[in-house]
Design a protein around this ligand. Structure first.
Ligand code: NDP
Length: 288
């Protein structure tokens, strides 16, 4: 049936995994990518490589975009824009909420339907039941294509009609992910300076991250209530502790840029007179 076919445009690691997941489920898959050779393995498995982006659009009503950002969508679809009308574009390219809103507007003006998506898993987990994706845009389009969307990730999280919402939720997750993984790289570099391998640190790092759920829940309630009391942690304690991290890093000859950026937040908070408050007051400092 027509619903069992899909076009995938953009064959980075994510787009390739998505196309493979559709082939696994028996979908007829049409592909297009700026660098055509990235389609080779998928074509061998039965996918069709379109000669042009326009041909790829015309092949199916449902079109999945997996690109570096929205600028790539314009680069690819501008010459093919006559074929956007009547199609549903599921844009899983990451970008700002503003770019997602403008992109949705552009597609809608051309007579197409735009669903914004933000995928929360790496390529190896595409096609699995537990992985999840944020969506926003026309509810009708989300409902109509739900089964096809659930091929990409088994769980979908529809946030609302505003095309910026899925992008925003994705960015809120990335704002945690990139600094957190950078903190891990820093720890590994610091450990390595002392001859300790990443695999030796891994269980401790995992336990540390797993414990974050406690802090997130504990502080969420207090932050929403405007409570930054220093009954559990004090900024002055954190400032000293973070100073110890910076010095341990410097003593090991490891780059201090990352811990110094965090230390600077403690310092500014203390200098603003909040040494006796919880470090959660940093939220207010950042907002002002
Ligand atoms: P890549 O950046 O590797 O994919 C890039 C794709 O975009 C390629 O198909 C590339 O074409 C195309 N592209 C980029 N710029 C242009 C352009 N100017 N014109 C035409 N095509 C262009 O990303 P991933 O596949 O890793 O990820 C895709 C999206 O998913 C990204 O937005 C990413 O943030 C998001 N994401 C990625 C995750 C991951 O772990 N990889 C996890 C969750 C989300 P070409 O092959 O020719 O270079």
């Amino acid at each position: 049936s027509a619903s069992q076919s899909v076009t995938v445009i953009g064959l980075g690691p994510m787009g390739q995994a998505m196309a493979a997941a559709y082939l696994d489920r028996g979908y007829r898959v049409t592909l297009w990518n700026r660098t055509p050779s990235r389609a080779d393995a998928l074509v061998e498995r039965g996918a069709t490589l379109a000669a042009t982006a326009e041909e790829a659009l015309r092949a199916n009503e449902l079109v999945v975009l997996s690109l570096t950002g929205y600028d790539a969508m314009y680069a690819i679809l501008e010459p093919a824009k006559a074929a956007v009308a009547g199609r549903t574009l599921v844009n899983l390219s990451s970008d700002t909420p503003e770019k997602a809103r403008a992109g949705a507007g552009w597609v809608t003006e051309l007579g197409g339907t735009h669903l914004t998506g933000g995928v929360l898993c790496p390529p190896p987990l595409i096609g699995t039941a537990d992985a999840s994706t944020f969506y926003s845009g026309p509810r009708e389009a989300y409902d109509e294509h739900r089964a096809a969307l659930e091929v990409i990730t088994g769980r979908t999280d529809y946030r609302g009609e505003d095309p910026g919402l899925a992008a925003l939720m994705y960015q809120l997750n990335m704002a945690i992910f990139w600094p957190a993984i950078t903190a891990y790289w820093h720890t590994v570099a610091l450990a390595a300076a002392h001859g300790i391998k990443a695999t030796e640190i891994a269980p401790y790092a995992s336990e540390n991250f797993a414990g974050m759920g406690h802090f997130i829940d504990f502080y969420a309630t207090r932050i929403d209530a405007g409570n930054h009391a220093g009954d559990v942690d004090r900024t002055s304690m954190g400032l000293a502790s973070m100073e110890h991290v910076v010095h341990t890093t410097a003593d090991a000859g490891v780059d201090t840029a990352f811990p110094e950026a965090v230390h600077d937040i403690f310092r500014r908070l203390a200098e603003a007179g909040h040494g006796a408050d919880s470090y959660s007051r940093a939220v207010e400092l950042m907002r002002s």
